[in-house]
Write a protein that binds this ligand. Structure first.
Ligand code: S3P
Length: 425
């Protein structure tokens, strides 16, 4: 697919429901008492895998509409053992490992080639400390989890700042004896904690840690999923990059642990406004407007990374169009995402004319306030890289041909159509 240059990007849109929250809603709904209705569900390749996963473990899920589900919970220890195909979904595999740790039975969690290359000891090791029997294939999927009815609550500081690892430990903690605490010096997304609180679990939050107590039961009732900030991000970045652009995304999740991109956009000189703030359950929601501006370089370091980890490829694109040198550091985690995103971004943007160099944990980018030439970008089977290619194409002089563009559907089916609807040529 080739994305041609845009004259402007203009419009008001909504994006599908948040992927992180949709995964959690299905997983917690499966462990709940009675039925959980999920509205605003973000249906995508990844979240479809989560629905199929809980079905494979004995949970009924009714598809009410494309964006609405009813999950018939089996209770906190009610899953039966079995094999699960997690597809491309790292969040599913890691959170489910935590859930299975406290169930009786044997669970095998498999993934596709990309997921099978990603590190899994980061969840296996803490779950073993809690008393589960977890095997990995040399640190990778497939995982075999033999759950235990006698998990112990522990205090753990994971080696990496990861919401997936934190969530796996907290979910195991629901079925453990005593409290379970995860220490995190740099805060990561807190959707799990917020949803557990809403389900009636005692959760204690401190600035650098979170503790859950054994739950007894989860009662969710209804969950309304806000729009996915990470799916809105390509549209917002396109608006910042293409002169004369103005895009507003409504009903968007603006959890502050997800919206680091807005701070970066403001620092770089785009015009950002956030209005109509409200809450859906415990999650903050708003409308977000971005208008183009003259962009200048900025620095992004480790402290800021978790709040924009999935948006860093887009930050590299912004930096390629910003006057001065941008340094992104502390982002080594990008090397173990769906692909090595540090190399995928360096190769893709350089081929389009950017002056970008990879570091072990990020990039240096020397920008010029002009359009890149454009060229050819390989998505490497990674949805975020495919969407990066699309935005790079809009902002370029000659367009960008994306190889493997359909992988965008892993998180955002309909992405190209929505982007097209706001593009003026
Ligand atoms: C996610 C956490 C992040 C993020 C991923 C979704 C989640 O991963 O990159 O897309 O839903 O918890 P890490 O926890 O590995 O940083």
């Amino acid at each position: 697919m080739t994305v041609e240059p845009a004259a402007q990007v203009v419009g008001h849109v909504v994006v599908p429901g948040d992927k992180s929250i949709s995964h959690r809603a299905v997983l917690l709904g499966a462990l709940g008492e009675g039925k959980t209705r999920i509205r605003g569900f973000g249906r995508s390749g990844d979240t479809r895998a989560t629905i199929e996963a809980v079905r494979a473990l004995g949970v009924e899920v009714e598809d009410v509409a494309d964006d609405e589900l009813v999950v018939a919970g089996v209770g906190l220890r009610g899953l039966h053992g079995g094999a699960v195909d997690c597809g491309n979904a790292g969040t599913l595999m890691r959170l489910l490992a935590g859930i299975c740790a406290g169930q009786e039975g044997e669970f095998t969690l498999e993934g596709d080639e990309s997921l099978s290359a990603r590190p899994m000891e980061r969840v296996a090791a803490p779950l073993r400390r809690m008393g589960a029997d977890v095997e990995t294939a040399d640190g990778h999927a497939p995982l075999t989890v033999r759950g235990s009815a006698a998990l112990r609550g522990v205090e753990i500081e994971p080696e990496v700042a990861s919401a997936q690892v934190k969530s796996a430990i907290l979910l195991a903690g629901l079925n453990a004896a005593g409290s379970t605490t995860v220490v995190e010096r740099v805060p990561t997304r807190d959707h799990t904690e917020l949803m557990l609180e809403a389900a009636g679990v005692p959760v204690r939050r401190r600035p650098a840690s979170v503790t859950v107590e054994p739950a007894g039961a989860l009662r969710l009732g209804e969950i309304v999923v806000p729009g996915d900030f990470s799916s809105a991000a390509p549209l917002l970045v396109a608006a910042a990059l293409v002169p004369g652009s103005d895009v507003t995304v409504h009903d968007l999740g603006v959890n502050p642990r997800r919206t680091g991109l807005l701070d970066v956009l403001e620092r770089m000189g785009a015009r950002v406004s956030v209005f109509d703030r409200r809450r859906e359950g415990r999650e903050p929601v708003a409308s977000v407007q971005v208008q183009s501006g003259e962009l200048v370089a900025t620095d992004v370091g480790a402290e800021e990374v978790p709040a924009l980890v999935d948006e860093l490829p887009l930050v590299a694109l912004l930096a390629s169009h910003a006057r001065g040198e941008t340094r992104v550091t502390g982002a080594a985690e990008l090397r173990v995402k769906e692909t090595d995103r540090i190399e995928a971004v360096t190769d893709g943007l350089r081929a389009a004319g950017a002056r970008i160099h990879s570091l072990d944990d990020g990039w240096t980018i020397t920008g010029v306030p002009a359009r890149l030439r454009g060229g050819h970008l390989d998505a490497r089977g990674d949805h975020r890289i495919a969407m990066l290619g699309a935005v790079a194409g809009l902002a370029s002089r000659e367009g960008v041909a994306i190889e493997g563009a359909d992988t965008a559907a892993i998180s955002f089916p309909g992405f190209f159509e929505l982007l097209d609807s706001v593009t003026r040529r």
